[in-house]
Design a protein around this ligand. Sequence first.
Ligand code: CDP
Ligand code: MG
Length: 735
Amino acid sequence: KKGETEEYVEVDERERQPNSEQKKWESEQLASAMFQFGAKDAKIKDEYDLLLDDQIEFIQALTMEGSKSKDKKPEITETEKHKMDIEETKKSLPVYPFREDLIAAIQEHQILIIEGETGSGKTTQIPQYLYEAGFTKDNKKIGCTQPRRVAAMSVAARVAQEMGVKLGNEVGYSIRFEDCTSERTILKYMTDGTLHREFLSEPDLASYSVMIIDEAHERTLHTDILFGLVKDIARFRPELKLLISSATLDAEKFSQFFDDAPIFRIPGRRFPVDIYYTKAPEADYIDACVVSVLQIHATQPLGDILVFLTGQDEIETCQEVLQDRVKRLGSKLKELVILPVYANLPSDMQAKIFEPTPPNARKVILATNIAETSLTIDNIIYVIDPGFAKQNNFSSRTGMESLMVVPISKASANQRAGRAGRTAPGKCFRLYTAWAYKHELEDNTIPEIQRINLGNAVLMLKALGINDLIHFDFLDPPPHETLVLALEQLYALGALNHHGELTKLGRRMAEFPVDPMMAKMILASEKYKCSEEIVTIAAMLSVNSAIFYRPKDKIIHADTARKNFNHIHGDHLSLLQVYNQWAETDFSVQWCYENFIQYRSMKRARDVREQLVGLMQRVEIDMVSSLPETIPIRKAITAGYFYHVARLSKGGNYKTIKHNQTVMIHPNSSLFEELPRWVLYHELVFTTKEYMRQVIEIESKWLLEVAPHYYKAKELEDSTNKKMPKTAGRSTMTV
Ligand code: CDP
Ligand code: MG
C-alpha cells in the first residue's frame, strides 16, 4: 500500500528520480516556470525592478489558481504532531520501539555504533533512555557531543523540556564561552570541541558513565580526534560506555575503527521525495531561492519549506528580499513565516524554528548546513537546495586558510533531500542540473581533518601529553604536510621547542579556547602592556558575526555611522573603539541602535570578553591599558598573527610575504583606501577575489621583534622581488 500518510516507505535517495512521465512533465513545467526569472535577472540586472513587477503579476496570477485547488485538497501532515503531548511525541519516534533492545545492547557491549536516519530520536531520546535505565547513578553523567553549537543548545533545551526540568539543572549544555550546566547536571550536551578541552582537566572522563559521540558522520576535526581519544580511554576504563552515533552509511567504518564494535541499526522511516532539477545552471542562486519559495507558496499545497544557504549573510539577504516581495504581493498570498537558522543565531530566535506553524500559514526556514542532519525540524515538505556550503579550506602548499563557498557532495545533497520526507511525501528542488549532480558533485565530503589547519588540534594533543602525532590513532590520518606545517607554526609561535615539546608559553596558550595565533596574541599583551585592549579585540574578533548593521533603507546613514568608528591604523582598532564607546555608555541598547551596531553581537562580545579575562587571571596576566598608545596593541597582534602579513604591490594589490599570493583589502575595511605598505590581516575570505578581512597597518621591523625565528631582516627589505622567508628550524624539528 502506497501513498498514505500512515505508511512509511523506505526510499534510497540515490536512486530516486521523478519516476513517471507525468512527474517528468510536471517537473519540467515547474522548473521552467520557476527559473525563467533567474535567468532573466542574471542578464539584465539594471532592469531588476521592472522585472520584479512582472514577476509579481505572474505570481499573483498563479496565486489565484493555486488558492482554488488548495481549498479542495486537505492539507498534508501539519501540526498534528505538535498537538500531541510530549509523551506521545516521544513514543512516535522511530527509536522508541527499540529502547529496551538498545539498553540491553549497551549493557552488553562497551562500545556500540548506532546508525539511524536523521530525526529518528538518537540525540534527544537515547540519553533519556540511559538515564531511565540508571546510568546516572553514583553521581555519573551522560555526555553527548555535537559538532555544532546551535544543535547542542537547542537539543539540550528540548530534552530539558521533555524531562520537565529547567535547562542548566539536570539537563545542560556546554559550548565554547558558554557553560549552561550545574552540579546537578546529569545529561550534558556539548560541542565536540568542548569535550576535547575537557580532556585537559579530566583526562579519563571520570565523571561520565556514558559518552555519546553524536553526529559522527559529520567528521569534524574535533570529532575525528575524539575518536582516537575515547578509544584509548575505553581500554583502561572498562565500565565507561561509548556510543558512536551516526546518520549515514559510515557505520561499518566506525565499527572497524573501534575494534569491530557491533552496529545497532534503527530502521528508518522515510516518505518518498520527488527530486526536481533545473534545466540550466542558475546564475544567481539566492534569487533562484526567493523565486522558488514564492513559487511553491503560490502553487503548492501547504507544508513548510526548508532552504539551504551557505551562511548568515546569504540568509539575511534572502530573508530581506523575500520579506520585501511578500509585502508587495500583499494579501494575495497566505501568510509566510520566514525564519533564519545559523550558527550565531541568538537562542530566543532558535526556539522559534521549532514552534508550530500557525494554521493556514506556511513556514520557510532559511538555514545553513546545520539543518542537514544536526537539527530536525518537523513538517518540512519542500526542500530547496542550491547545492552549496561554506567550507574551511587550508592549503599546506601556501599555508593559507580560507572560508570558501563550495559545491556540496552527493551525500549532502541526499541528506538535504531527505529532510523533505520525514513526515509526509515531499519535494526537493535542486537548483542545479541533473547532469551537475551526476558528474560534478563528489560522492562524499572530505573529512575536515584532511583539509583544515591543524594548529589548534596539535596544540591540544600536545597539551594532553600526546607527543607522537604521526602514530596517533586517526580514523583517517591528516596529510603529512599539514601535520608538519602545524608543528612548524607552533614552533614559530613559541608553543613548541625544537624537540616538538610543549613550552611554558605553549602550555599557557592551550588554556585558551581559541586558535593558537589568537592565544599567542593574548599572551603577548602581557609583554606589551595592553591586555585590556587585546582581550577586547580578541572578543570582538571571536564574535564572528556582523557587528555593524546595514538596513537596506538606511544604507547611507549606516555607512556614515560606521565610518565614525574607523581607525586610521585599521579594523582591529576600529572594533576596539566600538567596544570602548559602548562600554562608556554602560552597554546601552539605545547607543547600539543609534550607531547601527548589532546589540546582540556586542552582548556576546561582552560575555566572551568576560570569559577570556577569567582565563587571563588563571594564567596570571594583569589587566592593563596602553591607550592612547596603539603601537603596543598592534605589536601584540603581530606577535600572534605574523603569518598573516602582506606587502603592498602593484595596483592596490597586496602580496603575502610567505607565499607571494595576491590578496586585496576588503572593501569594508577602514584601510580600503589607505593602502599602507605593510598590513596584517585576521582572515582571508574568498569570494570573487582573495580578500583580507580585518586589517591593520604594521611596520616590517616589528616582525623581526616578534618572530625572530621566522623572519630574517633581508627578507623584509622594502623592495620587490625579494626571496621569500624560510621557516627557521625546519631541519632540527622533531615531529
Ligand atoms: O538525533 P536524531 O536526528 O536521530 O533525532 P533528534 O534530534 O533526537 O530528533 C527527534 C525529534 O525531536 C524530532 O522530531 C525533532 O523535530 C524533535 N526536536 C525538537 O522538537 N526540538 C529540538 N530542539 C530538537 C529536536
Ligand atoms: Mg541527532
